[in-house]
Write a protein that binds this ligand. Structure first.
Ligand code: 21W
Length: 199
């Protein structure tokens, strides 16, 4: 799977390289490409935003700059997702659905958002990660990458996916490891008598 991320803050994605996802990238299972929208600014001041028509607080990302950044991505059949507070809330079912895509593009907005005309032109789907206000789409994009990457073969083992509680509706249960007694609290005896992969 290939994931292109369009952002004004590429340095926020550094952590992806060192994590579990970085390992999958090395195995060529997952290819993550960060594109700095500012590289497509037109003027010498590298201007990427402007004041909103009709007034209001903050700045809006310019449509031409975002459009050119998007156009720099190759491939015909890619699904473009705009991380937006107005989007549909991400669910485990959506994560699983997205994991079957060959190529996705994640568009991260900042400031007050992106000019609507370029959204209409390039975006297939708008996704939010929940009803609270963040400063931009970068952390939501990372949440999406992290959750989707678990379904890409080789990132996690099959058991972890099977055992996970969210999509199959099973209840999660408390977990214990050594030592057997911690702060005078004993591990439940039913778990101690059970043979497992330990030792
Ligand atoms: C937050 C941008 C609030 C714009 C006037 C009319 C992406 C996000 C974001 C942000 C506004 C997600 C407006 C959960 C989030 C994100 C930045 C204000 C603009 N002004 N999921 N419309 N929460 N947030 N609205 O904040 O980009 S996914």
């Amino acid at each position: 799977m290939k994931i292109d991320i369009l952002t004004l803050f590429p340095e926020m994605f550094e952590s992806l390289r060192t994590s579990i996802i970085g390992r999958a990238s090395k195995k060529n299972i997952l290819e993550i490409n960060i594109i700095n929208i500012r590289d497509f600014a037109k003027d010498k001041h590298k201007k990427v935003d402007d004041t909103p028509y009709g007034g209001g607080a903050g700045m809006v990302m310019k449509p031409d700059v975002v459009y050119d950044a998007f156009k720099s991505i190759e491939g015909e059949s890619k699904k473009t997702i705009y991380l937006s507070p107005q989007g549909k809330t991400l669910t485990q079912n959506k994560v699983e659905e997205l994991s079957n895509e060959e190529h996705i593009v994640l568009l991260c907005g900042h400031y007050e958002g992106i000019d609507e005309r370029v959204i209409e032109e390039i975006v297939d789907e708008e996704i939010s990660i929940g009803d609270y206000v963040l400063t931009g789409g970068e952390i939501p994009a990372m949440v999406l990458v992290d959750s989707v990457s678990r379904y890409i073969d080789g990132v996690l083992n099959k058991e972890s996916i099977k055992e996970e509680s969210f999509s199959n509706g099973l209840l999660e249960y408390p977990q214990y490891t050594r030592p057997e007694i911690f702060l005078d609290k004993k591990v439940p005896s039913i778990l101690l008598s059970r043979k497992s992969s330990r030792d």
